[in-house]
Structure formats: C-alpha cells, structure tokens
Design a protein around this ligand. Sequence first.
Ligand code: HEM
Length: 144
Amino acid sequence: MGTEPTMYERAGGQEFFARLVKTFYDRVAGDDLLAPLYPEHPDFTGARHRLTMFLVQYWGGPADYSVERGHPALRMRHLPFAIGPAQRDRWLLHMATAIEVTTADLPDGAELAAELLGYFRPTAEHLRNDTGLPITSPSFRNME
Ligand code: HEM
C-alpha cells in the first residue's frame, strides 16, 4: 500500500531545505529592515539551523527540531520581534525568491514552489504581531 511521498522526499530531503534556507538568509542578511531583528545578526548560523530543522520536520522529514527546541510555538517565539505588514512582505519576498532559485532545476519544481509559497503566505501573516490586541502587550510577552 503506497502512501503519498512527502514534500521532504519530493524536494530532495535535507539538502534541499538547507539550500533553500541558506539562499533565504543570504538575502535577509543584506536587508536593512529585517537583519536588525535577528538577535544574533550578522551571524545567521543559528537562525539557519533552526529554520532548516523546522521546515524539514514540518514537511515530513526527521523531527530534530522538536528534539532540540521543543514545541514550535512559532507565534509565541516571534512575539519579541516587531512584525508588521512591511516585515511580513519583505520576509515573503526573500522566501519567494529563494524558492524560485532553489526549485528551478527540480523535477516538478513549479508545483513544489507553489505548494511551499501556499504555506509561507498565511504563516507569515499569522506571525504578524502589530495588531494592537492584548496578545501583543509587553506583559504577555514576558509570560514566555
Ligand atoms: C513574517 C516575517 C518573519 C520575521 C520578521 C521573522 C523573524 C524571525 C526572527 C528575528 C527570529 C529569531 C532568529 C533566531 O532563531 O535566532 C525568527 C526565528 C524563527 N522563525 Fe521567523 N520570522 C518571520 C516569519 C517566519 C515564518 C513564516 C516562519 C516559518 C514558516 C518562521 C520560522 C522561524 C523559526 C522556525 C525560527 C526559530 C524558532 C526557534 O526555534 O527559536 N519565521 N524569525
């Protein structure tokens, strides 16, 4: 009984996600709006490692992210960083470019690219935290 191959398998495993995230962060590193948000910038080694592990796990690969970092709780983990529409759009722009570059020579690249972007778009909007609702208040942020 065959099961559908995961995105992890279709895209080429660990190597694909490492390449995607490296291409993405190389662009973020040169972005004046985004780079200063990263606590370890200009060193993106740790950020690269965490996002790669997360995406590998999310798309059906090994669950190293959870072993190392626990529950993803992405919204909570992004509360310390001011993310409004400008940051969201810039993040998505770099990710869309990285996706385009890294899927270009894959079989079914266009399909994979569309699926990846279809995930990142609403997720980036979900992480926006400039809504002015109580969840963005400093006291809530301190509850971490
Ligand atoms: C909307 C714009 C976004 C901004 C401005 C942003 C910014 C950041 C920053 C500043 C960090 C801390 C860097 C570090 O880990 O050292 C971070 C961590 C992280 N981000 Fe984002 N991010 C955004 C969207 C996303 C999206 C859409 C995803 C996934 C789909 C994502 C996944 C992650 C992950 C997995 C981490 C590491 C969490 C951890 O284990 O600590 N981010 N992000």
